[in-house]
Structures are given as structure tokens and as C-alpha cells.
Ligand binder design. Sequence first.
Ligand code: FER
Length: 246
Amino acid sequence: MYIVDDGIKLNAILDMPEGGAEKCPLCLVFHGFTGHIEEDHIVAVAKGLNEIGVATLRVDLFGHGKSEGEFREHNLYKWLNNILAVVDYAKKLDFVTDLYICGHSQGGLAVTLAAAMERDTIKALMPLSPAYVIIDGAKAGMLLGQPFDPEHIPDELVSWDGRTLNGNYIRVAQSIDLDAAMKKFTGPVLIVHGDADDTVPVEFAIDASKKFANCKLELIKDDDHCYGKHMDLMVKAVQEFVRKLI
Ligand code: FER
């Protein structure tokens, strides 16, 4: 299935709760930078929610997975507009009682910004290993492990996998006031983060948890960016948090 945002087709998968339900909450689930909706940790969180009576809508964002758009041209504004289009789509589904939003890494950053904008619609926010470091890095001149002059932005960056990224990615990230977004969303927040994550240091999750009005922080001991060691603990943390909302 595709959800169309401004002519761009976004690949989406809707999974209903196990055992079926007439009406239920729906959680929107988004992947990270270079990620997609078939990654193990994305499928695991969706399945975990389906098990406890929550439908999920996983969506590949601009330039990622099976969605349209060039990877090189993606940035947080494009992702944010995609997410707003997905929220609009979800609002029109008859079966939905409440809407939750969840994203991994860069998707965790994007859903934080979207939750602030949609604070009257989104009931709960779940950033997983959120890449809040991107905003600091863009402003300070360090992204993807590469230093640059934040006042003289390079035309392009080279990503981990060798693909290039338009320098406008940096200009967009520099313009974002993340603290303001965290302040605006006052609903329940769950941040899950592995304390051995070497892509996004766990300190970003610890700092962020103090900036939200209503945030639970679940640190997973020895785990990495994509929960390669303790996927079950990540899923369990999400299930426990969501059970209290239903
Ligand atoms: C970076 C650190 C982390 C960065 C992106 C990420 C573009 C995102 C990681 C992810 O979404 O998994 O410096 O620069």
C-alpha cells in the first residue's frame, strides 16, 4: 500500500492486532537514517504492539526503503512533511481510537518534532534510540563522524554506505529547535536506548528525558543502536508503556 505525500509515494504496511479488533489504537512506526520498515527492530516493535491489541502503520520515509525520493535529497523537513501526511491518513481511518507515534533513531528525532506539531492528535510518543545528536552535530559541525565548518556548509556529505547526501540536509537540521519541540509535547513519552550505543551516545537520551514533561527512560544494558543483543527488552519496554495507555 502507498500513502501519497505531495506526489511522492510512501510505502506503508498496516498490521492489525493479533486476533483482530473492531476499534483499537494505532501506532505509526518509522525507521532511521538509511533504514526501512522491514528491519528487525522495526518489525519487532510493530509485532509487539500487535500482540497487545494495537494496530501499527509502518512507513518508509522519503528516499528510503521502497518509497520514492532520492536518498541524496532527503532531509528532516521532507521526513516531517511525510509524517504529517501519514498522520492525516491515519486520522481518517474509522477503526482508530487513539494515535501513538514511534520512530527509531533519525525517525525518533523526526517523530519528536512531529509529536510537538500534532500535540492535539498524538496521544503518546516513543522515540527509540533517538538521534537527537543530529541537531547538535549539524550546529557544531560534526555529522556521520566527519567534521565540517558549520558556517560554510559543504555541498555534500558522504554517508556510512558511500552514498552522498545534499548539504542542505545540514542547513535544515541547523534550523531546528529541538528543545522547543520537547517542551511542547506534554503527553506521555517513552525513550528506549541501549547504553552501549556507539551511533548515538546514550547521554542524548538521558538529557532528553529531563526535557520532556512526562518521560519514562528505559536504558538497556550493553545494548547497541538497533538492539542486537536485547531486542526482547526493547519490545517489552514498549509493551509495558503502551499497556498503561490503553
Ligand atoms: C549522525 C549520527 C546518527 C547522523 C545520523 C545519525 C547524518 C542517524 C542514525 C540513524 O538514524 O540510525 O551523525 O548524521
